[in-house]
Design a protein around this ligand. Sequence first.
Ligand SMILES: Cc1cc2nc3c(=O)[nH]c(=O)nc-3n(C[C@H](O)[C@H](O)[C@H](O)COP(=O)(O)O)c2cc1C
Length: 223
Amino acid sequence: MNEAKFVEHVDFIRREPDEMLARSADFLDLMKCRRTVREFSDTPVPRAVIENAILTAGRAPSGANKQPWHFAAISSPELKTRMRAAAEEEEQEFYGGRATESWLQDLQPFGTDEHKPFLEVAPWLIAVFRRSYDVDETTGERLKNYYVHESAGLAAGFLIAALHNAGLATLTHTPSPMGFLNELCDRPKHEHATMLIVAGYPADNVTVPDIDKKPLEDISSWL
Ligand SMILES: Cc1cc2nc3c(=O)[nH]c(=O)nc-3n(C[C@H](O)[C@H](O)[C@H](O)COP(=O)(O)O)c2cc1C
């Protein structure tokens, strides 16, 4: 017999089409203002804001509700300095030969290079880890997780949207490879760093690459 337990979904807020349309347009406007920035201010941001954003990320759907993610929130200046040194070491190799010519060509519009000062300047770095499996604390048994990449990616999307909604700029940084994040964040081997979200106020008069987003007809089909 199926012993699944259900509760009434009392939190659902029913909205009529007019209100729905207005809210969807407002949210689109909000998200249109989200841009990746690569220069940050060192102005502090309260920890509670980051906690709320991580709690929002934790509300993402996940395969069998395994919630196969971990967020390491870093504000320690000493640790940020070590992060920068480790990331720049990897990035020097990436830009100095490991990246293919076509990859470097694709990165050209963003003006990125091996220098990552934002890792020290921004008040918060949030390392996102996916957990390929969980470990039972008493028996040590491996517990399988499902759709780990998809679930962690969704949670990271929620995180970025929550930080943006709070009024923070973000940078999705993927130093390649990023195994060093396990050591610096003291995370176990069965967790894999997927990205480092840099968060804070943007630097004064920050600029962003002049890029376009695809129109609806290019990203959707209606059947
Ligand atoms: C998975 C992923 C990895 C990324 N890695 C980097 C990175 O390592 N360094 C960087 O400067 N930007 C990185 N970005 C940011 C993208 O370059 C940026 O999102 C894209 O150019 C679109 O710009 P926008 O975010 O302002 O819309 C990454 C974005 C994603 C989603």
